[in-house]
Design a protein around this ligand. Structure first.
Ligand code: SSN
Length: 491
């Protein structure tokens, strides 16, 4: 069965991609991928297990020497070509992404553009892998530092960015000279396979890029194999903190280098000197990106008490205007959540907040959302929230806005930092002293000040505390896929 409505039907793939071949699982088993907006089956893909992963790692190992030791121009050319093919197939890629993830089509187009920007960026970085010359303590020595590709990389990517989280990891790895085995999330492997079809056209040699598809039931053993295999040098994961901790323990057994982009709980702070319209617009962009299902989405909205009423009214009007519906239709702001489990979780969090004294200002009546099994959740605005409620203390990953009140700058910073992880944080203020004070004190990896569109290929993306390890994207992004080697030369 192939995905309908594509200009190029070759982008609809139902096999995994290993060693330059489109392959079934060793077991011959497959699992179904369905459209969260309709529940319809889109196609099936191979149920790969740890033994299939071992094949992919062997292919990546065999391809490594030639890819790593060849001219950077080959890597530069292939990455640019892959980006160009993504650009010219944007509509098909966006359609596949929307069908399997429920992301509104305009956002899927935006994600394809974001995803290919990493390929172009790191194509250029291939020529900037500069080493260093260190002054020697004695005239009889010369001290050099070179950077070398780390080797085979296991890349485990999430469903909320089916293209961009692949390219944000694969582009620096491939640019550095590494080869990769990619495991896309079980809900969204079809975009990944379409990207592999374009990588094949772009001329990446067999084994340099491998994609294994795995259902939920196999994820634990496949994840373990990808983290513990002796031929894997580096593991990069984007997903929940809970899963990240498990993968870290696996990787620790072989002392592998790791990058972890884990969960956030982004505070959005509105001070009483803020431009409230700008803040309300920024909140909408940040909170409702992919229906609240991104790790940098605003989670808790903290408003200084003097402007709470005025700000709430501005947000209420904007939330009421959101259109929920078919993500393929232009003008839809919110599609479905990724799956039924996500709906149950978000509804449970809203119920928890209401039971602890939160006030439903928009939505919150969970009976309205449609048929049982439907993945649609209407947006919810909750007043009178506090950190005892799971909507504030945990990552929501859904279209719920909890409003909390605070009195002073110190209190705002204390509440914002009172969580185990720190990925992104946002605040609105027009006081330049406060802008520096708060930006420096927030315990997060990325701060948006009077701005919420913070992600781009040129910035170091990542978090602090339990939100992760390492940075992706930017001129720092290749360091995680390379080792420094010191050469001490006696002359
Ligand atoms: O959800 C994770 C990635 C979000 C982004 O790159 O902006």
């Amino acid at each position: 069965m192939s995905i309908s409505g594509l200009k190029d039907s070759a982008l609809s793939r139902d096999k995994a991609y290993v060693n330059g071949q489109w392959v079934a699982a060793e077991s011959g088993k497959t699992f179904e991928i369905s459209n969260p907006a309709t529940g319809e089956m889109l196609t099936s893909v191979p149920t790969m297990a740890a033994s299939d992963v071992n094949e992919a790692i062997a292919a990546a190992k065999a391809a490594l020497p030639e890819w790593r030791d060849g001219s950077y121009k080959k890597r530069e050319g292939a990455l640019h070509k892959w980006a160009g093919l993504m650009r010219s197939n944007m509509e098909d890629l966006a359609r596949i992404m929307t069908l399997e993830s429920g992301k509104p089509l305009a956002e899927s187009r935006g994600e394809v553009a974001y995803a290919l920007s990493f390929l172009d960026f790191f194509a250029e970085e291939t020529k900037r892998v500069n080493g260093a010359v260190i002054p020697p303590p004695t005239p009889s020595q010369r001290l050099l530092v070179i950077k070398q590709a780390i080797g085979v990389c296991s890349l485990l990517t999430p469903w909320n960015f089916p293209a961009a989280m692949i390219t944000r990891k694969a582009a620096p790895a491939l640019a550095a000279g590494c080869t990769v085995v990619i495991k896309p999330a079980e809900d969204t492997p079809l975009t990944a396979l379409a990207l592999a079809a374009l990588a094949e056209q772009a001329g990446f040699p067999p084994g340099v890029i491998n994609i294994v598809t795995t259902p939920r039931a196999e994820v634990a053993s496949v994840g373990e194999a990808m983290c513990t295999h002796p031929d894997v040098a580096k593991v990069s994961f984007t997903g929940s903190t809970a899963v990240g901790k498990i993968l870290l323990t696996h990787a620790a057994k072989g002392v592998k280098k790791v990058s972890m982009e884990l969960g956030g709980n982004a505070p959005f702070i509105v001070f009483d000197d803020a431009d409230l319209d700008k803040a309300a617009d920024g909140l909408m962009a940040s909170k409702f990106r992919f229906g609240g299902q991104t790790c940098v989405c605003t989670n808790r909205v903290m408003v200084q008490s003097g402007v709470m009423e005025a700000f709430t009214e501005k947000v209420r009007a904007r939330v009421e205007a959101l259109k929920v519906g078919d993500p393929l239709v232009s003008g839809t702001n919110l599609g479905p959540l990724i799956n039924a489990a996500a709906v149950t979780k978000v509804r449970g969090m809203v119920k928890d907040a209401l039971s602890k004294g939160a006030q439903a200002l928009v939505g919150g009546d969970q009976g309205e959302d449609g048929e049982p099994g439907s993945c649609f959740v209407k947006p919810v605005l909750l007043g009178n929230c506090d950190m005892s409620m799971s909507v504030c203390s945990q990552e929501i990953f859904g279209p719920v806005v909890p409003l909390m009140s605070f009195e002073t700058e110190d209190e705002a910073v204390r509440i914002a930092n009172d969580v185990p992880g720190g990925l992104a944080g946002y605040f609105y203020s027009q006081n330049v002293g406060r802008i520096f004070r708060v930006a420096e004190r927030l315990e997060v990896g990325m701060v948006g000040v009077n701005e919420t569109v913070i992600s781009k290929e040129t910035i170091p993306f990542g978090g602090v505390k339990e939100a992760g390890l390492g940075r992706e994207g930017s001129v720092y992004g290749m360091d995680d896929f390379m080792e420094l080697k010191h050469i001490c030369l006696g002359i």
